[in-house]
Design a protein around this ligand. Structure first.
Ligand code: HEM
Length: 407
């Protein structure tokens, strides 16, 4: 059977992809790259690694074919521009620098939990997860605290309100940061935004590039983080042994976060790349000038890389998962994400030790979101075993619509 015949049986937009990705991944892993009539899809771990790490591949050419308003984002640049822009923010996001921000993140998390603690129930996505990333990124950028509400509402409407026009929303964010840098006294000294303004004065980046970096950091670090917190917490609450291990030994939390990233990666597919030389993957040669998309979620469930891939195992140490991509575009926010997720989980479990899924709610249903992923339309909050098992089999998500908890 040829790749094309195989692909005809696999519709990535179908309900089988949205409702049960692991079944589909098992099919995808059996064969090499697939051409879907528009682009090549790559699912095996080794092939995804080769695509993401290839130097004979361009983001710039790929985004030029898409059009739209995102083409000046760092994520769509090739060297040398990519290297120059990334070097301006690289150090700020290093694990060592991010470690210094742990207390700030913990304070934000504690503040959010205190608002709901007496209620003894919450909708985790709306009450906590969706507030966190905008406050943290706002604090790192050094914008005034009064902006938090705007940043939160922007993130919420952009990601959760399907009627919001995405380009208009991005332009609102551009305008916000343009106003901010035109009044530098508003920006906290020693913040990321101050550094970016210094880099502009030193001629390393232009004003337009500065604004695009701020917008990308905000967009790149918001929904991804919300989704990781929601899906990760849900998975943990559905695996009492793992939860027990963490409660007895919080030092296991970083390993658990890593496994959440492998098991429930918030982004299912990479952005497009275009080959600038022929790319050989197994028996298949992808010619020059072809768009390629790496299926990060599928690679994270490849049994050749992760034995028993559909098992959630916080002791697994899943080095080499692709939740953050790989190569020169490896997520710059990885250390921040790891720290933010670790602090949030540790604080939640300490403040609300009896945290659990609310019982007797409706069954899960996954909703397709754009081309990149899926999220729950309704949440399974019944602790009936078979229903929970169904969730575990539907493992990869773009995030939760809502998550009802009690304690
Ligand atoms: C759960 C959290 C996150 C996940 C799963 C995630 C995932 C990813 C992935 C897969 C890529 C590479 C995409 C590709 O190569 O096509 C990426 C790149 C990027 N991410 Fe993240 N991200 C997360 C959090 C963040 C945060 C917190 C920030 C910043 C505040 C951020 C900023 C970026 C930026 C700027 C890039 C582009 C890097 C480059 O092109 O050099 N991300 N992210």
């Amino acid at each position: 059977m040829s790749s094309l015949e195989i692909f005809e049986n696999i519709d990535l937009n179908s309900q089988s992809w949205i409702q049960n990705p692991p079944t589909l991944y098992a099919k995808l892993h059996k064969r090499g790259p697939y051409f879907d009539g528009t682009k090549w899809l790559v699912a095996r771990h080794a092939h995804v690694a080769a695509v993401l790490k290839s130097q004979a591949i361009s983001k710039r050419i790929a985004v030029n074919t898409l059009g739209g308003t995102l083409e000046n984002f760092l994520i769509f640049q090739d060297p040398p521009d990519h290297t120059r822009l990334r070097s301006v923010i690289q150090e700020f996001f290093s694990p060592r620098a991010i470690q210094q921000e742990e207390d700030m993140v913990a304070q934000v998390v504690v503040g959010l939990i205190r608002r709901v603690k007496e209620r003894r129930r919450m909708e985790f996505i709306g009450d906590i997860a969706s507030h966190l990333p905008s406050q943290i990124i706002g604090n790192l950028l050094g914008v005034p605290e009064e902006s938090n509400l705007f940043l939160y509402e922007f993130a919420h409407n952009y990601f959760y309100d399907d009627t919001t026009n995405k380009s208009e929303a991005i332009n609102a964010l551009r305008l916000y940061f343009t106003n901010m840098v035109s009044k530098p006294y508003q920006v906290r000294p020693t913040s990321l935004l101050t550094r970016l303004m210094d880099a502009q004065l030193e001629g390393k980046i232009s004003r337009a590039e500065l604004i695009e970096l701020c917008v990308l950091l905000f967009i790149g670090g918001s929904e991804t983080m919300i989704n990781l917190l929601g899906s990760g917490l849900l998975t943990l609450l559905q695996h009492p042994e793992a939860l027990g291990l963490i409660q007895n030994n919080p030092a296991l939390i970083p390993g658990a976060v890593e496994e959440m990233l492998r098991y429930e990666p918030p982004i299912l597919t990479s952005t497009w790349r275009v080959t600038t030389e022929p790319l050989v993957l197994g028996d298949t040669e992808i010619p020059v000038g072809q768009p390629v998309e790496a299926l990060l979620g599928a690679a994270n469930r490849d049994p050749d890389k992760f034995p028993d891939p559909n098992r959630f195992d916080i002791l697994r140490n899943p080095v080499g998962h692709f939740a953050f991509g790989a190569g020169i575009h490896f997520c710059i926010g990885a250390a921040l994400t790891r720290m933010e997720a670790k602090v949030t989980l540790a604080t939640l479990l300490a403040e609300l030790p009896t945290l659990q899924l609310e019982k007797n709610k409706s069954m899960p249903y996954w909703q397709k979101v754009g081309n990149m992923g899926r999220r729950f339309l309704t949440l399974p909050v019944n602790e009936n075993k078979s229903k929970n098992h169904q969730w575990r089999e539907n493992a990869i998500t773009h995030g939760l619509e809502y998550l009802n908890l009690t304690w």
